[in-house]
Write a protein that binds this ligand. Structure first.
Ligand SMILES: *Cc1c(COP(=O)(O)O)cnc(C)c1O
Length: 459
């Protein structure tokens, strides 16, 4: 297995942290920010394109849920990517970012009739999850041909990775048609035989904690099914295979490991026919494109001791590092300690817990770590948090979403920042918590006029 180590990334991050403190983007008045290394993101896209280069046509899409920030999506659109969306919000973010309908893939295990209808009208590629959804699309099409590709998601049931909650291809996973269930393959073949417009298979097998051979085995199962369907139907009905995303990320050190090239090498050795050009390939990577380019940076508010353990209280907790806080063993993060000027801290180390601001005892982003002694005013950085962290806010304790900045560094050490997302204001927090309905319950109790319940969601 190869690994792409990145001294550039480490140096750029250090420069960005020091400059963020100097410029006041991070400090007493804004004690929490997300930082994104733009060159790192673009390098990941380039590595992805290179790895898959070959005779087969490949459409790389970015899984919007990994970092649903419009400027990030636009950067990826500009770099030639497509976008995988799985909710009305992600769809609108992708459109706002400039993706055209033909560059989108719509997945979701719970698509409504309205969402399906709209995707069909716009010719968005759709991956259907189950037979009920297929029947729903039959009714919507009423004999017409869809203008975009339509696939069926299958679950090869190859088993679980190291993190159960993240494993999509277990025997009882909620995703797709479970291929190893009795009669399932025949039912899938029949579904394709009955619908000339059904022309793709989709298998998103991987996720954090999944070893490459397991993911490759799942992709191979989808490929073999495509071969079987095409053989039984006597023509190349399935023209595209969507292999999903799910390449795990190394959270232990700075290396990119496994690389996209490692993954493709594994796929090429287990399933060479996938790449010979008969199928259009679609990918949907998320974490592996963004994680290592992101950093959460926070100011240490207090340090204290309890039961002999040192604790540093910061402003980054479950609201921005939700998975790490709730499943610390599955999602450990690397932690860096910097002084009040944002320079790497040297000196004697101590064993410390890094705590967040949320009011529950488990709000810890790291426990028992040996780190340079932390003092109030220092900066703590949580590395590899570019995907599913500051972009996937959890509004516990009504904590506001932090600002996110993209950065680039020049060879002479200059840093330029671009605001990606403004910090949410406290007013904004109050507004989204029913401010406009403030009197509703008091009025309901007293029998006075109440706001009329409005069904449905706002467009
Ligand atoms: C989440 C998801 C992805 C992206 O997964 P990563 O692990 O971030 O690469 C791709 N496709 C589907 C259907 C997903 O649900």
């Amino acid at each position: 297995m190869t690994s792409g180590s990145s001294p550039r990334r480490t140096a750029a991050r250090q420069a960005a942290l020091a400059r963020a403190v100097e410029d006041g983007l991070l400090g007493a008045r804004s004690p929490l920010v997300g930082l994104l290394d733009v060159d790192g993101v673009l390098a990941a896209v380039e590595a992805l394109n290179e790895a898959f280069e070959g005779p087969a046509t490949v459409h790389h899409t970015f899984a919007a849920k990994a970092c649903g920030l419009v400027p990030v999506l636009r950067l990826l659109a500009d770099a030639g990517m497509g976008c995988e969306v799985a909710s009305p919000g992600e769809l609108e973010q992708a459109l706002a970012a400039g993706f055209t309908y033909d560059r989108l893939v719509f997945d979701s295990p719970a698509k409504t009739v309205e969402e399906l209808e709209s995707a069909l009208v716009h010719g968005i590629a759709i991956n259907l999850d189950n037979f009920q959804e297929l029947a729903r699309v039959d009714r919507l099409l009423a004999g017409r041909e869809p203008s975009g590709p339509i696939g069926l998601r299958v679950n090869p049931q190859v088993g679980s990775g190291a993190i159960d909650a993240m494993s999509t291809a277990t025997a009882t996973s909620k995703f797709g048609v479970a291929l190893r269930d009795p009669g399932a393959v025949d039912a899938v073949v029949a579904a394709f035989a009955q619908r000339p417009w059904l022309n793709r298979l989709h298998a998103h097998v991987g996720s954090q904690g999944c070893p490459l051979p397991l993911i490759a085995q799942g992709v191979r199962a989808a490929y073999e099914l495509a071969e079987r369907i095409n053989a039984e139907l006597g023509h190349a009905r399935i023209t595209g295979i969507d292999i999903g995303g799910g390449l795990p990320v190394n959270f232990d050190d700075e290396d990119d490991r496994p690389t996209f090239a490692d993954y493709v090498a594994e796929l090429r050795s287990t399933t060479p026919g996938l790449f010979d050009g008969r199928y259009t390939l679609v990918t949907e990577f998320g974490r592996s494109l963004l994680a290592k380019s992101g950093t959460i940076a926070t100011v240490v508010e207090y340090t204290k001791s309890a039961g002999g353990r040192r604790i540093a209280v910061t402003h980054a907790g479950a609201q921005v590092a939700t998975r790490t806080v709730f499943m610390p063993d599955a999602w450990p993060l690397r932690v860096g300690v910097f002084d009040a000027t944002g320079r790497p801290k040297q000196g004697p180390s101590e064993v410390v817990d890094i705590a967040g601001p949320c009011c529950f005892a488990g709000d810890l982003t790291a426990t028992g770590r040996e780190l340079p002694a932390v003092e109030p005013g220092d900066v703590v950085a949580l590395y590899d948090t570019g995907a599913y962290y500051f972009s996937s806010h959890f509004s516990y304790n009504s904590l506001p979403r932090p600002a996110v900045y993209g950065y680039r560094t020049t060879s002479d050490g200059q840093v330029r920042f671009a605001l990606v997302r403004e910090a949410q204001s406290v007013r904004g927090v109050v507004e989204e918590s029913g401010l406009s309905q403030a009197n509703a319950l008091v009025a309901l109790r007293s029998g006075g006029p109440v706001g009329r319940p409005k069904p449905g969601r706002k467009p």
